[in-house]
Design a protein around this ligand. Structure first.
Ligand SMILES: [Zn+2]
Length: 99
């Protein structure tokens, strides 16, 4: 990879992470986590245990915008990080069939 592009990419990721931090401090986000529901598995979660997840990860060009961040439980957040996109789709299918 071109080292200059690589550097820009790191800068962008850093910027989006800063933006996510700001977003987490907003009333908008506080209202979202106050509902206490994980966006993916729909399980009830204590607001303090909800984490912010980027639907499209920052590392893949996702932005810290209201349309791209959702509150999720730690289980879903970890799974999303660990699983391959295909396995993640499978997981989502499984939890939606559970209902
Ligand atoms: Zn969940």
């Amino acid at each position: 990879m071109d080292p200059i592009n690589f550097h820009i990419e790191i800068e962008q990721i850093r910027k989006e992470k800063d933006r996510a931090r700001l977003l987490r401090a907003t009333q908008w986000w506080k209202r979202k986590i106050a509902k206490g529901i994980c966006y993916y598995c729909k399980n009830p979660v204590k607001p303090k245990d909800l984490t912010m997840d980027h639907i499209v990860p920052v590392s893949r060009g996702g932005l810290s915008t209201k349309g791209n961040v959702v509150p999720t439980c730690k289980t879903c957040n970890n799974k999303k990080k660990q699983l391959l996109p295909m396995e993640w789709d499978q997981y989502l299918k499984q939890i939606s069939e559970k209902e």
